[in-house]
Write a protein that binds this ligand. Structure first.
Ligand SMILES: N[C@@H](CCC(=O)N[C@@H](CS)C(=O)NCC(=O)O)C(=O)O
Length: 218
């Protein structure tokens, strides 16, 4: 029996890390999950620094081919191990649309969630500044608009843009964010619950939410 030699270095509360793992689950590729506890600074272990000098999760090691950046990991896994190209289309324009949503997540959505949550988890903040709240809500408006005409964030079928954005958005929901103004997002989040690996993702999102809520003045 052959054993998987695909390793994913992972920490469940991290949204990018969950995004890569959820992509692997939806693609259906078996990965050995190796937990690095960031609160114990395990990512700074000498053995991991040798694998990834940037010492971040998620990091993928596919038989010695090492890559990090959660969305790049998802693209690689979908291209290499996807049963077909639905999760990451080969058609240039459909692929460009998935890439656009992935970049939307990496450069707009997730950084705005992080800008709110990291100071609360790590720097003693107990409140969310109005400017940051408005900024994130503005970005959620765009996501809600993407879902106006589409069942999934990049079209009519699930793609790796959905898995990345699910990881970000479940974390935000577990923080207790108000999604009342975003009916499409609420509907889409319900649909995402059908994805393989969703419950595993949710567990990490809840851990993240608890870290924020414990310090947030209600
Ligand atoms: N853009 C990266 C972000 C990765 C990232 O920020 N990882 C954090 C956890 S959320 C990390 O590993 N921090 C520990 C460190 O950098 O030492 C991705 O999507 O993979």
């Amino acid at each position: 029996m052959s054993e998987s030699t695909i390793k994913l270095y992972h920490f469940a509360p991290s949204s990018p890390s969950r995004g890569a793992l959820l992509a692997a689950r939806v693609i259906g590729v078996p990965v050995d999950v190796i937990i690095l506890d960031l609160f114990k600074k395990e990512q700074l272990n000498e053995s991991f620094i040798k694998i990834n000098p940037q010492h971040c999760v998620p990091t993928l090691d596919d038989n010695g081919f090492v890559i990090w950046e959660s969305r790049a990991i998802a693209c690689y896994l979908a291209d290499k191990y996807g049963k077909d190209d639905t999760l990451y289309p080969k058609d240039l324009q459909r692929r460009a649309m998935v890439n656009q949503r992935l970049y939307f997540d990496s450069s707009f959505l997730y950084p705005k969630i992080r800008a709110i949550c990291y100071p609360i988890i790590f720097e003693g903040a107990t409140e969310i500044k109005d400017k940051l709240k408005d900024d994130l809500n503005n970005t959620l408006n765009f996501l809600n608009q993407f879902l106006d005409a589409n069942m999934w964030v990049a079209g009519d079928n699930v793609t790796i843009a959905d898995t990345a954005i699910t990881a970000s958005m479940t974390a935000l929901r577990e923080v207790g964010w108000d999604f009342t103004s975003y009916p499409n997002i609420q509907r889409w989040l319900k649909d995402c619950a059908t994805l393989p690996g969703y419950e595993e993702n949710l567990e990490g999102a809840k851990a993240f939410g608890a870290l924020v809520k414990k310090n947030l003045k209600q």
